[in-house]
Design a protein around this ligand. Sequence first.
Ligand code: SAM
Length: 238
Amino acid sequence: MRFDVVTLFPELFGVLLDQGVTGRALIRGVAELHLWNPRDFTHDRHRTVDDRPYGGGPGMLMKVEPLRDAIAAARAEAPDSRVAYLSPQGRVLDQAAMAALSSRPGLILVAGRYEGVDERLIEGHIDEEWSIGDYVLSGGELAAMVVMDAVIRLLPGALGHVDSASQDSHTDGLLDCPHYTRPPEIEGRRVPEVLIGGDHAAIARWRLQQALGRTYRRRPDLLERRGLNPHEQALLDE
Ligand code: SAM
């Protein structure tokens, strides 16, 4: 899958290359990353990318032209990718949205800075607006990296067999069950017997029951949205 990112801070994306799952995926070619700096699309001596907002008010805004031309350059190389602006005003992404994104051929992600971007850029050159949560970041780069990380781990070949994403929280609408590793007892706390017994059906049943109970206690909103089949309801009621 191809990712193009329009950003004033391309060097920040080195983090993705240096980090386990995304780093391996990018090195192996499971995902590709192309960076476009709007400053490279300016034509004045100061390479200006921002200006004061009409009507006054604090801060600066990103100008249309350098962003527009950077997006056009990315679109020319990635014609099948839609252009998404990372924004606190966008649709809030969840795991289902990340899964849907992982089946696209590519994404062009636009990271804002300062007080954001001129509205006419959004109207004329952005296909979608996405938020990573109801809070405000200083720039869209971290949001773009969050999207990339969450999407890349879902791409075939990104994770090894041992850390398949299929059991992660939110994949089937539930939180993950608790997990344990050695030793079998520490500080008086023992690993649940069922996990040591080797009965795979019993282990699967216990894990599902834990996931249901945990989701019910911590995130009842998730269960309400997802619903339960009769087997799951019975496990939860036990
Ligand atoms: N004035 C803007 C507003 O209130 O909508 C916020 C601008 S914010 C300081 C600068 C940039 O950070 C935005 O252009 C956007 O790209 C990014 N950003 C901030 N919060 C975000 C969020 N929750 N999700 C995605 N991107 C975000």
